[in-house]
Design a protein around this ligand. Sequence first.
Ligand SMILES: [Zn+2]
Length: 456
Amino acid sequence: MTDNTTSPDPSDLTATVRALMPGVRADLEALTRIPSVSLDSFDPSHVDDSAEAVAQLLRDEGLEVEIVREGGRPAVIGRLAAPEGAPTITLYAHHDVQPPGQDKDWDTPPFEPTERDGRLYGRGAADDKAGVMAHVAALRAHGGRPPCGVNVFVEGEEEVGSDSLATILERHGDKLAADAIVLADSSNWKIGVPALTTSLRGMIRVVISVRTLDHSVHSGMFGGPVPDALTALTRLLASLHDEKGDVAVAGLVSGDAADLDFDEARLREESGLLDGVQVMGTGSFLSQLWTRPAITTIGIDAPAVDVASNTLVPSARAKVSMRIAPSEDPRAAYDLLRAHLQEHAPWGARVEVTLDDEGAGFDADADGPIYTAARSSFQDAWDGTEPVDIGVGGSIPFVAAFAEKFPDAAILVTGVEDPDTRAHGANESLHLGEFERVCLAEALLLQRLPDATSVE
Ligand SMILES: [Zn+2]
């Protein structure tokens, strides 16, 4: 057992974590066997079971544990008080998983964890039960007595949008206050290269209604001078991008991503872009994906092709999703988009825009001693390879929620995934070698946190 008054050197923790991994792996497999799908149509008792299993893992490390439920799926809160004068860290992961999809798409059963070629396959083996186990491993590495206070928060409904998280943070947030918050649900850059996720795009979603006619009329009698709503709508949608394919809405925030290696071949491979179809827009792909706005039409209400007749359609609707730069204010972005749509209404068509959903992005202040301590921990865990700063093009609601609730904490978005993880897909898997490094990095961070906070 580690004594609180001495700080073990990294090589000690490296050996300690290595020795712990078989046990950590066994516990990860046990968690993965629980089919804790949080979607409403799945048996909720499994999510209760996984909450209880996580609670027990934390109790075993000496944490004071409670399972909280605020109208949604159960979350687990564990707390270990800080030694006198020491800082506190909060560790986040989630114990619910995505539905497995069809069994036939899996090479081995989704809830029967199976190792192949150094990877552990199973639904949740990575996302995010490995995140849960990384936190447990870091606690174990310190013999249950880390040199800082540790709160663990393991959510039970991340995969369905974290609906009750705001209420949980409102009612229990004081138990999670910390100097640093590790949100372990993202990805590393690639095998051998760790990453900190320092930005997430925000999003807004709107519904656009276009009306041109009081009622539908014969296209032969009136087609020509009289505009139909569907043609007007498609022209309006077309105005959202310029000829190069960049977003044409004026005034939106736009930035540049870190200069990392990400070529067109990889983009094509990962997205499944068909041969001959060109990429759109200008600038680096990572900037396009992480730090610049993007607009996609995700649905249209119009007569279905099979039942369409020769009439001018009087009204049509579209749903449009806009990803916004990490630092963009969603409401400001919405105002700009709405103004663009009103201004570009073809032929004076009546355009109505309503806000359907919005979510703030995340733009970490990725500097300061805690970030420095985190980077050195990753670097040591990866044998000298420094972590890179990456972005995520999508939103992760809980990251923005934690950033808003704890504005003074250093927010570190880490994770166990790599480009081959296939989280949410069939044959999800965890790279076991990288997983050990994740566990070690977190154990090192716990060790280094007191020094990092004392220089602030
Ligand atoms: Zn996740």
